[in-house]
Every structure is written in C-alpha cells, then in structure tokens.
Design a protein around this ligand. Structure first.
Ligand SMILES: *Cc1c(COP(=O)(O)O)cnc(C)c1O
Length: 402
C-alpha cells in the first residue's frame, strides 16, 4: 500500500518515514518515529552546544523512546519515583536524572533518594525541610516562577517562587546540610516567543547576583521545557510557526550572559518534552462518521467524529488543532466540519468554537485518518498514569453491612 498513493503535503515535522509507517499500519494506534526523535535530540545538541539535555519524560513515557534517547547521552527530568524507576529500566543512568517536580510527599522523596537520585527541584521551605529529612545531603535547585506569557500552556500558577524566596530557600538549604546547586525555570509549554527566555534569564541573573552576594555559589542553571513543536495549528487552523532560530539565539545569548556573572561556575541544563516528540509521532485513527447536522439555530453544520479524541490521545485539543490527513481521499471535494472524538463528553471536540476544518465530503465510516504532530503527551494523558502517578484503584462497598 505504501509508495503507491501520492504523499500528502504535511508541512513541517513529519518525516516520509513516519507517513510510510502510518500508511502501513493496519489498525489504530500511535506511531512514534524513533529516528525522528533521535534526530530532534541531535539537532537540539547542535543548536545548544554543551548544554545537558534531560528529556521531560512525561511527554512520552515509552520505554523505547527513553532507551533510544539514553543511548545518545540524553538524561531525564523525572517527576515521581515511578518515572525514575521506568527511566532506570529503560537504560537511563541515574546520574543523568533529576527529580524535577517541586510537589512531592515524604514518601516520594525517600523513594527517589533510595533509587539514587541526588538532585531535587524545590520551591518552598516545607518541601526543602522534607528533602533534608528524607534525602539527607541532597543537591537542590530552586524553581523560579515565570509569567508563562507567550505559551499555549503557562505553568507558573502552580510552580516556582519569587526571586527573594529563592534566595531564602537556597540559603536555608545550606543551613540544613543540603547543597544549593542550581536554579530552574519553565517558561510555559509550547512557548512561542523568544522574549520569554530572555525574560527568564533576566530573572535568573538577578537571583544569581543576590546569591553570590551571600557567598552561595551554584553549579547549574536549568532552562526547563517549553521549546515548541513545529507542526501544530492554532485553534483557528493557522500554522503556529514558532521562531526557532530566534529562540535558540536568545537562549545562547542568555547563557553567555549568565555565565559571566561572578561567583558561580555554571553548567546548563534544558528539559525539552514536546519539542523532541510531538512532530515525530502521529495517531492512526479512523472515521467514525461524517454527519450533516443542524445547530439548534437551524444552521447546517457538518460534524466529523473520529475514533480518537480528548480522552484517548488528543487531550490538548482545546488549545490547538492537529493537522489531519485522509490518505484515501487526496484532493477530494471538501466540506467545513467540526471535528470531535468518540466519547459522550461534549468537550470532546475541536474547532467547534473557531475555524472549522475542511474534510473530504465523501468520508465513510472506517476510513483511515492520520493525526499529525500528536506524539507529545498523547500516551501520558491516557492510561499510563500521568507523570507516573497511577490511575485510581477501584475498591467496592455495598449494602451488605446495613
Ligand atoms: C513538563 C515539564 C517539562 C517539559 O515541558 P515541555 O513544554 O513539553 O517542553 C520540563 N520541565 C518540567 C519541570 C516539566 O514539568
């Protein structure tokens, strides 16, 4: 089957190899292009020479992906003991991992410590005290809050502290017998502006200066995640087209600037998730039904129901549109449609608020559809337990005692 039909134009990201694999797939599922992921890692290393890359594994907690990246020298940003265990099993050496989640229970800390983790993120005195108790002697890096502006998903409501608190926390770390080792930020996921990184570097620079004034010397700065995928469309269906060259130039410039601040000997770490994975994975799904319906106001509106949606792979559909390919209907006449998943949840739809998607008019139930640039976060939001926190166990009670 592959090789005969003309290849659809797919824009940035997806390699011919991935399209061939989608064409060859005889059932639904997610196809991950391991060579593409490896290529993205190598390209990132070329853009940011000397920077240690630690893959934020929640973006694709799949052993084969972790193993392939580990072979190339990549480390892992883990957020729970289960993630640490999975990365260890997949071949990531523990000295290339850190615990990047500032939210952890005493038990989480003790388990990670037992597994050999030495570097922990923190952003509160309570968490710091727990690290001192359950991972004595650990190295800590403090996460600074950023605005999240310019990102599709800002993350700073929940994470990070103010500069003055970071200084107090790292000072206290020393007192508790921990090693104040670094600072980290996350500028927000799918960050679209280079300014976000220059702003983050300004913030880090201020804290580094305040720390050296107190005689605290750090050994690393972690610039976090947020590097964008290339192949998404916005909710109106327009290509997002992130300014990658500018982003990398600003990051390089920022690192050079931070490296000149006296009192520290800094290495740099970056924790990409989405950027390494999204464009190198695609979901092979099928058409459930294309239906011509009427809206409550009487206006006709086509709805395309797919076999996958918000709850099995496309959780992020509220913020973006995925590029769809209908391999059996190249160049066919199209109709504008709302695209929706198969579940009985009315949020399981995209393009219902904004730009409708042009879909082939003649689509039939069972026709294949490829959802491009859907590699990142697709598996984690479903069944694998996001960030290694497992699904709820189910126990039962009934009327027997009453
Ligand atoms: C999720 C996460 C990342 C990766 O974010 P992306 O936007 O996918 O690059 C990096 N670091 C931390 C601490 C995270 O929680």
């Amino acid at each position: 089957m592959c090789g005969t039909a003309p290849r659809p134009a797919t824009g940035p990201g997806a390699a011919p190899r991935l399209l061939d694999a989608l064409a060859a797939a005889d059932g639904d599922g997610i196809v991950l292009d391991l060579a593409g992921i490896e290529g993205a890692y190598e390209a990132l290393r070329r853009e940011l020479p000397g920077v240690a890359v630690r893959f934020a594994m929640k973006a694709c907690p799949v052993d084969e992906v972790l193993g392939r990246l580990a072979e190339r020298g990549c480390g892992v940003d883990a957020a729970s003991p289960h993630e640490v265990e999975q990365a260890l099993r997949a071949g990531v050496p523990v000295d290339r991992m850190h615990y990047g989640n500032t939210v952890k229970s005493d038990r989480n800390i003790a388990d990670a410590h037992r597994l050999g983790i030495t570097d922990f993120a923190t952003d509160s005195l309570e968490d710091l005290a727990a690290i001192a108790r359950h991972a004595p002697g650990a190295r800590v890096f403090c996460r600074l809050a950023t605005t999240g502006e310019g990102a599709l998903w800002g993350l700073s409501n929940k994470y990070g502290c103010a500069p003055a608190d970071a200084v107090a926390i790292l000072d206290k770390a020393r007192e508790l017998g921990l090693t104040p080792a670094g600072l980290s930020v996350h500028v927000g996921s799918q960050q679209m502006t280079a300014d976000a990184w220059s702003g983050a570097c300004d913030l880090i620079a201020d804290v580094l200066t305040a720390l050296s004034a107190r005689g605290i010397s750090l050994d690393h700065v972690n610039l976090g995640g947020g590097l964008p995928a290339l192949g998404y469309r916005d909710t109106h269906g327009r290509p997002l087209d992130p300014p990658m060259d500018k982003i990398f130039a600003v990051i390089r410039e920022g690192m050079a600037r931070l490296g000149r601040i006296p009192g520290h000997r800094l290495g740099f770490v970056i924790e990409p998730g989405r950027h390494l994975i999204a464009d190198h994975g695609a979901i092979r799904a099928h058409v459930s039904r294309l239906a011509a319906r009427r809206r409550p106001d009487g206006e006709p509106q086509h709805w395309l129901y797919l076999s996958c949606g918000k709850f099995n792979g496309l959780y992020e559909m509220d913020q973006l549109q995925y590029r769809l390919v209908f391999p059996t209907h190249h160049g066919a006449a199209s109709v504008p449609a709302v695209v929706a998943g198969p579940t009985c949840d009315s949020d399981d739809a995209f393009s219902h608020r904004h730009g409708l998607v042009a879909v082939p008019e003649e689509l039939a139930s069972g026709d294949p559809v490829w959802v491009l640039s859907s590699g990142a976060y697709a598996t984690s939001y479903m069944t694998r337990g996001f960030n290694g926190f497992g699904p709820l166990a189910c126990t039962f009670t009934d009327g027997a005692d009453e």
